[in-house]
Design a protein around this ligand. Structure first.
Ligand code: GLC
Length: 723
């Protein structure tokens, strides 16, 4: 690839052209095409010059559309600088995969990577260059609507998924492999910890907690070569991330060495004003550019103020040139100066998008993302059984999730159609809407249930009840559906519930009433087929929760890697003055790492190669697992540790490794893990990242609560190893 002299391009650009390069606008500014510039630019105070010299556009796809906009843009841009096309390809482009919170439950990095590769290929032929993904915000609060976009509450697992998604999106060389897209890790940082679980709300935490739990996955994505970072809407230590110099310059760019493009989230630069740290657009622009934000998404602070700020000496032109250079470097990395149209190809769109092989990946990932939460001998179903399929999701294709953007429900089979493909013995009745129910619906449902051998209830949240700006204070199923479940209970037939939801729910009135519960999340384009395959035992469910299910919203936040406190409650002690509730247990309803199978696994013989370790040694941890049932299955074996005495308090459990193992009926396998001193390090009082001498416990099992326990002592203290 010929080297482009980017710096000389910048030297030949006017101040206005350089500022325009930092502007990102939505597609409606460019529609009307044939070079006409439309969109609300007057009300945003954006001139036609700015649109014609802008650096990137978001939310546009379609090979023909992208090619037309790019061609027009190149005609008007003095320097032949191509537009960057960016979009939210969070869990699929047209072939929609399960939501990331579901993919997290697969614990399958290979499939996660494959799903990102497929998404990238479909987006690339549709003209997209950059995806605003992976979203790796750690979450502990299911009231927050955006938990659906993340892989859960554990930083180790989120980091592994972050790497897998970046590998899938970007491949090895973006200039060579034009069927990939640049990734943009988001939302930097700690957007997933808003007070009250209310979206965009204040985030308040210590630097230690930020580093220990919330930053790991962003860093993992960048270590994997992620090209871009998106700022978050929230404050970090009282300073909005988008204007936070410590977070963006000191930590992201200096400490972590990130020199890629930093883009604001939508409107986040101008939001420095309502946050109360900028009195006007000029102040907001100054704070953002000083913090190192290169692209302003969808607000005109840079456009309207940066030129004056530079001419008045309040901002150096060097900062502007550095931002422009980072943007042009990304365009160069994508090969856009050579080929501004990259992979955009209307013919290829027809071959690649929603191909049979892409659908197969989506189905397999959906099968591995479902989690069996309960099964009192109801599942799998027999094809001879008469099934009454009832509920608002029985015939609904609203199973793509809130961030499925280009996903089309008419390309999505519903559960009734999927079951009918496997058996003719299905009667369907709606039973209720998501939030309302009528007597007629109940009557029809009761009739169907009475005539059946087994009731399958398809219930859940509208996809629009999670996602951005969709936090819920009450995370139970809507009352109408709880009423439907109660009515079905009176029929005294086995009940299997299928849940379609974008967050852990308060399962009162569901888990206790049903005989079996399958958590399907929003399983995507092939989700209904995946569920049908599981219901009929073609697939043995293997998913494990990566986010705790609370007993009630009042228990939030509840997560597995919590601290012990000075007055720990073991669940049985009669002492009064302990850290406990009067009305619910301390443990979550369903813990991190939990998931059932159609078979059973027995863990035995936990053995450590030694009961002591020095920093230059490893401890081998082994355990045997036996499949005692009649189904072949995949078990996710989890390894946790606990540092019994730290320089600061340590979690009661920390996930450090896991393995997926396939076992035939009655088969026994030995699983081995290697544990090193590096896995024992954490941030000390002086913020050094080191390990402690002393006793550690080890836990191995099929969930964070069902474990075998062992122990060892680390013999050597280490000095600061902040590598
Ligand atoms: C939204 C979201 C962000 C998304 C961006 C562009 O506000 O916070 O995740 O990538 O805008 O759509």
């Amino acid at each position: 690839m010929a080297q482009i002299d980017l710096k000389s391009i910048i030297q030949n650009m006017t101040l206005e052209e350089k500022v325009a390069q930092l502007m990102q606008l939505s597609g409606n500014f460019y529609y009307g095409l044939a070079g006409e510039i439309t969109g609300p630019f007057e009300e945003m105070g954006i001139s036609e010059f700015v649109v014609k010299n802008s650096g990137s556009v978001l939310g546009v796809s379609g090979a023909d559309t992208v090619r037309k906009i790019q061609a027009e843009h190149l005609k008007t841009n003095r320097h032949g600088i191509p537009l960057l096309f960016m979009a939210d390809i969070v869990h699929g482009f047209k072939t929609i995969f399960p939501i990331p919170l579901a993919v997290g439950c697969s614990w399958d990095m290979e499939l996660a990577e494959k799903s990102a590769e497929v998404a990238a290929s479909e987006a690339a032929v549709a003209g997209v260059h950059v995806t605003f993904a992976p979203m790796v915000d750690l979450v502990r609060d299911p009231r927050w609507g955006r938990v659906l976009e993340t892989t859960g509450e554990d930083s180790y697992l989120n980091s592994a998924f972050a790497k897998a998604f970046v590998r899938g999106f970007q491949g090895k060389d973006l200039a060579v492999d034009q069927m990939r897209v640049a990734a943009c890790v988001k939302h930097f940082a700690a957007y997933g910890a808003p007070e009250g679980g209310r979206d965009y709300n204040t985030v308040n935490m210590s630097e230690r907690q930020l580093r220990e739990s919330y930053l790991s996955a962003y860093k993992a994505a960048l270590d994997e070569g992620c090209e871009m970072v998106m700022t978050s809407f929230n404050t970090v230590d009282g300073i909005p991330a988008t204007g936070n110099k410590w977070l963006m310059r000191d930590l992201l760019r200096k400490e972590w060495g990130f020199d890629g493009v930093l883009i604001s989230d939508w409107g986040a630069v101008k939001e420095l004003i309502p946050h109360g740290v900028a009195g006007n657009e000029a102040e907001a622009a100054r704070k953002a550019i000083l913090a190192g934000v290169d692209i302003e998404m969808m607000t005109p602070c840079y456009i309207r103020s940066l030129k004056n700020l530079i001419e008045s000496g309040k901002v150096t032109e060097t900062l502007l040139d550095e931002a422009v250079l980072r943007i042009l470097k990304l365009k160069e990395k994508l090969g856009l100066f050579e080929n501004p149209y990259r992979a955009a190809d209307a013919v290829k769109e027809k071959e690649v998008i929603l191909s049979e092989s892409n659908r197969e990946v989506a189905c397999e990932l959906a099968e591995k993302s479902c989690v069996l939460l309960k099964n009192d001998n109801v599942l799998p179903l027999d094809k001879q059984q008469n099934i009454a399929l009832i509920g608002p999701f029985a015939q609904s294709s609203d199973i793509l999730g809130a961030w499925s953007w280009q996903g089309e429900v008419d390309n999505t089979a519903n559960l009734h159609e999927a079951l009918q493909a496997l058996t003719t013995n299905v009667t369907v009745a709606q039973g209720s809407h998501v939030e309302t129910i009528t007597d007629e619906q109940v009557t029809e449902a009761i009739e169907a249930a009475k005539a059946a051998d087994v009731i399958v209830l398809a219930v859940g949240e509208y996809a629009s009840m999670s996602g951005e700006a969709c936090s819920r204070a009450d995370i139970t199923l809507p009352e109408a559906q709880l009423h439907l479940i109660k009515q079905m209970k009176t029929i005294n037939k086995p009940i299997a519930v299928i849940l379609f939801n974008g967050r852990p729910l308060d399962l009162h009135g569901v888990l206790d009433e049903a005989d079996a519960v399958l958590e399907a999340w929003y399983p995507g384009t092939e989700g209904a087929s995946a569920i049908a395959n599981i219901l009929f035992g073609k697939v043995n469910p293997s998913g494990k929760l990566t986010m705790s299910f609370p007993h009630t919203a009042g228990q939030i936040p509840v997560y597995y890697n919590a601290y012990n406190t000075g007055r720990p409650y073991d669940g049985v002690s009669r002492d009064h003055y302990l850290s406990k509730y009067l009305d619910i247990p301390n443990k979550p309803l369903l813990p991190f790492g939990f998931g059932l199978s159609y078979t059973n696994y027995i863990y035995e013989n936990l053995r450590l190669s030694s009961d002591t370790m020095t920093a230059d040694e490893q401890i081998q941890v082994s355990v045997t697992i036996t499949n005692t049932g009649n189904y072949t299955g995949e078990e996710i074996v989890q390894l946790y540790i606990r540092d019994m005495t730290g320089d600061v308090v340590r979690p009661v459990k920390e996930l450090k490794d896991f393995q997926k193992v396939s076992l035939n009926p009655k088969e026994t396998k030995e699983i081995q893990f290697q544990l090193t001193e590096a896995q024992l390090r954490y941030y000390h009082q002086d913020m050094s990242f080191t390990s402690d001498e002393g006793l550690f416990e080890i836990y191995v099992g099929g969930s964070s609560e069902d474990v075998l326990t062992g122990g060892f002592t680390l013999k050597k203290m280490y000095t600061n190893l902040n590598d």
